[in-house]
Design a protein around this ligand. Structure first.
Ligand SMILES: NC(=O)c1ccc[n+]([C@@H]2O[C@H](COP(=O)([O-])OP(=O)(O)OC[C@H]3O[C@@H](n4cnc5c(N)ncnc54)[C@H](OP(=O)(O)O)[C@@H]3O)[C@@H](O)[C@H]2O)c1
Length: 254
């Protein structure tokens, strides 16, 4: 996962201010003082980024409304939709994958050059939304029943599209779910010289708290870099053995 955060770990200005909105993005971008370097897809040499719907719509937004009633067979709508016109497009270099199990995101027609959208949905995603994606030739993968099953979704990314290097650039809720599912192997944090505060403001890692038997995930520092204007970039490997041995000690009552 790769995130930009204030020194106090906040990843936006306020729970109600998603950085997609230009007025909030401007303020957020000013925190880095042009110090952040090349974009993540180049920096980490990934084939895809992964976002959550929380970065793309307000946190209280519901499923899209006013879509035409589904006419296609549900079984067909529940199969992956990967039109060759998108998958095999020689101009496409990167996938912008997004977890969107509730069908909340209204995709625009135009993607930035070189990018294609890949929506991760599940069997409870509204059928009218799936049909709407198909009518717009927007790719989607179906994984899970009530919500997107993250391990299955990542498997499908590899099996269907050959994606083996992916960076989650999502917010704290999705990153926490990925971490708890054991799906994060590296963490890149870009810390801006600023403080935001706010108990309810999204952070690097939100989601469910540690359970009574769970211990923090240990990290091994791989690299650190201090930029000229005070931004700090840290790169860690998630240390499976450290967290496993800590759990073993805890269960042995140490
Ligand atoms: N500074 C940065 O680098 C940065 C990066 C990203 C975001 N942000 C900011 O952070 C805020 C959004 O963060 P957030 O934490 O509210 O949103 P988020 O990370 O997008 O989390 C919500 C997403 O996680 C999915 N999700 C959560 N738990 C899950 C689970 N157990 N299994 C499967 N999917 C799960 C949800 O799925 P459904 O859609 O299916 O419900 C939804 O797509 C926004 O303000 C955004 O601007 C900042």
């Amino acid at each position: 996962m790769s995130l930009g955060a204030s020194a106090d770990g906040k990843i936006t200005l306020h729970r109600d201010r998603i950085l997609l909105r230009p007025e909030h993005r401007r303020v957020w971008a000013s925190l880095s003082q042009d110090d952040a370097g090349p974009p993540v897809e180049q920096r980490l040499d990934v084939q895809a980024t992964l976002e959550g719907s929380g970065s793309l719509v307000d946190h209280d937004a519901g499923p899209l409304t006013g879509l035409p009633a589904p006419t296609a067979d549900p079984a067909e709508l529940h199969t992956h939709h990967l039109p060759p016109s998108v998958v095999d497009d020689p101009a496409r270099r990167y996938w912008f994958a997004a977890v969107n199990g509730r069908g909340r995101v209204r995709w625009q027609q135009e993607n930035p050059p070189g990018w294609a959208v890949l929506v991760l949905v599940c069997r409870s995603t509204p059928l009218d939304y799936l049909q709407w994606l198909r009518q717009r030739s927007i790719c989607y993968l179906v994984a899970g029943a009530e919500q997107v099953d993250l391990p299955s979704a990542l498997d499908a990314l590899g099996d269907e599209l050959g994606i083996t290097r992916l960076a989650s650039t999502a917010g704290g809720s999705l990153n926490a779910a990925l971490l708890r599912a054991g799906l994060i192997d590296e963490v890149e944090l870009t810390l801006f010289p600023a403080l935001v505060g706010g108990a309810d403001t999204p952070t690097i890692l939100d989601g469910t708290p540690l359970g009574p038997e769970q211990l923090p995930t240990r990290l091994e520092l791989l690299a650190s870099e201090v930029m000229p204007r005070g931004t700090v970039r840290l790169r860690y490997r998630v240390s499976a053995s450290a967290s496993a041995s800590a759990s073993a000690s805890a269960s042995a009552g140490d």
